[in-house]
Design a binder for this molecule. Structure first.
Ligand SMILES: Nc1ncnc2c1ncn2[C@@H]1O[C@H](COP(=O)(O)OP(=O)(O)O)[C@@H](O)[C@H]1O
Ligand SMILES: [Mg+2]
Length: 272
């Protein structure tokens, strides 16, 4: 039985500075949390910059980053590891959380509520003074590397009662609130990300602002910064702005004919 003894850390390093536009004091607060290795929860709607922020912080702190996209089929073994059978026999393979704990990475569990609660509890001993991860099946207690830190993202918008983090999990994290940036800031992000002019970017942001006002009036969630960037990228590729906006900012978010009409009308007003 052999371990994956050698882990190539370089694959988890972020070489180039990711573009991240701060919107408040989140960089300083995160650095303070990291200094004490406090677990951090990033709260906010989808597509508002949470993942980009973690990438930026990992780059800034020069720490490896291991991201896990959580989903409802994920089991604890997908996080911690499992025995595999291969030609040589039985081999233990560390999961991403275990690798992160061993090498001292920032482990980012994206959309952690998607995972079942019995999966979520495996992170508990890593989040308190123990800083350990028991590999029950393997009979090993992994002591987290001093640089290890746990980060999770959480979208308060679409939490149902059935699917929410338990208080016993929530209360193990510090938290930062994320939201869509202010219009001027978001305009700068969109222009920069897609390489389009500020004037067009500003119009897309205005359109998104109008759509966000429909949240709770037929729309579950507003248009994300990510979708505005997509529209801008289509425009940069030569797609006509109204078609780009319909493709990236209307069709993905709703199938409701009335809301689509309202949004298409807004496109005509803003981009017409
Ligand atoms: N503050 C920001 N700085 C730079 N880019 C941003 C920022 N906020 C959002 N973006 C853009 O929005 C996209 C989606 O952000 P992401 O971090 O993936 O969202 P999520 O909150 O879902 O993790 C990014 O790829 C980037 O283009
Ligand atoms: Mg994300």
């Amino acid at each position: 039985m052999a371990d994956d003894a050698h882990i190539d850390i370089s694959q988890y390093m972020i070489e180039e500075e990711p573009f991240y536009q701060p919107t408040g004091d989140e960089v300083a607060l995160y650095e303070a949390a990291y200094a004490r290795r406090l677990p951090v929860m990033l709260k906010g709607p989808t597509g508002c910059g949470k993942s980009r922020f973690v990438e930026y912080m990992a780059w800034k702190l020069k720490k490896p980053l291991i991201t896990v996209a959580c989903n409802e089929d994920m089991t604890a073994a997908d996080l911690v590891g499992r025995f595999l059978l291969d030609a040589e026999g039985t081999r233990w393979a560390d999961g991403p959380l275990t690798i992160a704990a061993r090498i001292g990475a920032i482990c980012y569990l994206d959309e952690v509520v998607e995972a079942r609660q019995d999966t979520t509890v495996v992170i508990h001993p890593l989040t308190d003074h123990r800083r350990t991860l028991p590999l029950d099946k393997k009979g090993e207690l992994v002591k987290a590397h001093p640089d290890f830190q746990l980060v999770i993202s959480y979208n308060p918008g679409y939490q149902s009662l059935m699917k929410d983090l338990k208080q016993s999990t929530k209360q193990r994290f510090t938290a930062l609130d994320f939201d869509y940036p202010e219009p001027e800031v978001e305009t700068g992000i969109v222009a920069r990300e897609a390489g389009i002019d500020t004037e067009t970017a500003a119009k897309l942001v205005e359109l998104a602002g109008r759509a966000r006002a429909l949240k709770g009036h037929g729309l579950d969630e507003g248009i994300s910064t990510r979708l505005i960037v997509y529209a801008a990228q289509l425009i940069a590729t030569g797609v006509e702005p109204k078609a780009a906006a319909a493709m990236a900012m209307v069709r993905p978010i709703t199938d409701d004919a009335d809301i689509r009409d309202t949004l298409m009308h807004a496109i005509d007003m803003v981009l017409g």
